[in-house]
Design a protein around this ligand. Sequence first.
Ligand SMILES: [Zn+2]
Length: 244
Amino acid sequence: MLRHAVRLLLSLVMIASAVLVGGVLTAGTAQADSCYTWNRTLSQGASGEDVRQLQIRVSGYPAYGQVLAIDGAYGPATAAAVTRFQQAYGLSADGIAGQQTFNRIYALQDADCTPIHFSYAELNRCNSNWSGGAVSAATARANALVNMWRLEALRHALGDRPITVSSGFRSYACNNAAGGSPTSRHLYGDGVDLTGSPSLCTLAQRARYHGFREILGPGYPGHNDHTHVGNKSSRTWSAPTCGI
Ligand SMILES: [Zn+2]
């Protein structure tokens, strides 16, 4: 009987310390992340590299037809994007990026800062160094990173169903070989062709909410077997078969 009581007491102590350790871990300072760690709460009026890093992660939540500026300045558009991100993941939605929001981002990103469901290799099957396009290799790679976060938002909005990327960055040589337009966004690293399920029209219709100024899909010449999304200075949406 006594031995039983001692054993029970010991288990209770172990559970209590486990809870305590867990509590300390979650209530403490920001956890280190192998990609990027935020060290302060961000809200409207903040500016800096940490804001810019946040904007990249929430660039898929700019509202219908909009594109979030990635300028390191936390204005109303960034706050609204953070709110939509929070809503999308069931967090308390206040437009302020604090520990809860950062923890969600940490869970969504890989060590190289790409979102967990997309990779640099997937976005560039043309070459290994992002060279030979219309912009510097560094710019093409940076453009692809932002696009991957938009794709992650699109994927999540479509019920976390896998999205297949059939073509991403192209050098001029790769673009010519693929028969791409000489002004193709693929040359900039932010043009992406999507195939598979969800349907091409579902992808095109939903992409309008996730930061793509360029959407070309079924019914647009040469786009009956994929939906193309990209960025551009002005809106170019055309997928007549899908009502776009
Ligand atoms: Zn394309």
